[in-house]
Every structure is written in structure tokens, then in C-alpha cells.
Write a protein that binds this ligand. Sequence first.
Ligand SMILES: [Zn+2]
Length: 325
Amino acid sequence: MEWLNFVVCLTFAAFITDVFSSAGNEWTYRGAKGPEHWHLDFPHCGGMKQSPISVATSEVIIDMERLTPIVFKNYDTSSSVDYTLENNGHTVQVDLNVKESEVTGGGLPGTFVAQQFHFHWGATDERGSEHDINGKHFPMEMHVVHYNAKYGNITSAINKDDGVAVLGFFFEIGRYNDHFQEIINHFRQIMYKNDMVDIKSMPLVQLMPAKLSKFYRYLGSLTTPPCYESVTWTLFNETIEIAEEQLVSFRTTVYENVKDDVNYGRDISDDFRMPQCLFRRRVYASHPDLQYAIDTTEDPTAAGTSSQPLIALLISCVTFLLLSM
Ligand SMILES: [Zn+2]
């Protein structure tokens, strides 16, 4: 019977390894470890201040007194130390090796230091952004992640109420964007998960739109596990233009899998979480132009397509409330 004992032990060991390898540290945008299941391994993901959200422009509160223009410090300089571009299996991320760019003002609860920026994009132009405006999604969204200077580093700040500030930018298809091309040119060096390469740093201001005074503000979370509810969100109204062919590079060059994984290969496209319930939160806006009702008379087809996801979101929020009672 010794062999049976051995087989049982081996099976148990394999089971334990499987459980432990997936528990707590593996997550994806699809399947059994996808967003609907994140809260099982990462309880914060089931919280009531989660991100992203759908911004309903007719519901926002104008707060010009508090939401003054954000002050950008050292966003127009590039340091001598390079950026590190990496494929982490979930996104393309650029780590800022020198922490010298800061934001303050604009109703932010402190001074925040830029740590990294990364992207969320869709397999088609109709989707990709995490946040949406009245149900309208954009083909890509960039997040510039900052930590509150008073905590000293991102690791200490990441789970504090006022620990993180993310600046969110929406993209739209348009002109060829030279600044982003400098990043895209290195995609072939980070095709697979855990690949990284040092690249030339560039002033952050080159990656951002020209007008930054109109923005939405709300309190939310990291949009990936562990989903800590530590983020002061700023979503800018002006979009960044990028050429379709450049978006295609995002869609086709970088993969979720490690290089040696011969059984599995998938590009990172559609690395976004669905909008979460707002619950008691309010969204604020820095300018009266940002508060408007959706004009349903002008383009009835567009209104029809955009209201459907909002209804689905409403139903899921009501279900969430009923289940948590
Ligand atoms: Zn993000």
C-alpha cells in the first residue's frame, strides 16, 4: 500500500501547490481569476469605494473653489536617469527611476510624487478605457500614479486613505503622436511578461494634453488587485490623440505570458476593469462646462448604445446591495 500512500501524498502536494500558487497573488482580466472573482482573493475589491466608475455628467457637483488648477512641478524636465519600461503581464508600465515630478493643489490632499505610468487599452476602438463618460468608453486610458510625499514611498502609501493620487487621461484616435512612439519603439524588447528595458526619459508634460484645468474628481481605489481604496482620482476632460497604427502596436506586440509558455499566448488588449458602483460617492468637476445633460435628441443611436451599459451597471449595483444586506 506504500505506493498508494505515495500517490495520495503526491496528489495532495500538487493540490496544495496549485492552491498556494494561485491564492492571493494571481489575477487576470478573464476567466476563473477574472475581475468578478478578484474579491475572493483580494477582499478590498468587494468594497464600496471601488474604481473605475462611470461618470454621469448631469450628476457632477461643480466645485471651482476647491478644484483649482493642479500645480505640476518638474513635469517639463527630463532627468538624466532613464525610465524603465516593463511588461508585467497586465499592462505596459513605465517606472520613473528618479522621483522628482510632483503635483499639488487642485484639491489634492497633499503633495504627490510621480511613481509610474501605465495603460489600459481595448482590442477595438470602442473599448479600452476603464472610466467612461456617460457610458462612452475611449480606446485607451493612461494612469499616472503618484504617492503622497508624506509617506515617503509607494509601498507605504498604497493602502492609506490619502496615499495615492492617479491622473487619468483618455485617448482618442487622431494624429500620429511622436512622444508615445518613443515608448512604442521599445515594445519589441518587452514582448513577454517580466521583460523590461531602460529607455530614455522624457518630460511627462509631453505625454499630457495641453489644457489641464478641466477635470473630474472622486475618491476611489486601485483598479487592479489588491484594490485598496486609497486613490484620489483626477480624470481630465481633454483627450490625448494617438494614431490608429500606434494603438495597433499596443494591441499586437505585447503579451500576457512569459516567453517560455508554449501552451499559452495572448496579447494584453482589453486590460480594463468594468465600472464599479458609485454608492454614496459623488463626482466633482472643476469647471461648469463639465456638468451637462446628455443630448438624446441630437444623436438617438449614440444615446441608445451608451445608455445600455449604464442600465447594466445600475442592475449590478442593486444586486450587490441586495446580496450584501
Ligand atoms: Zn491603471
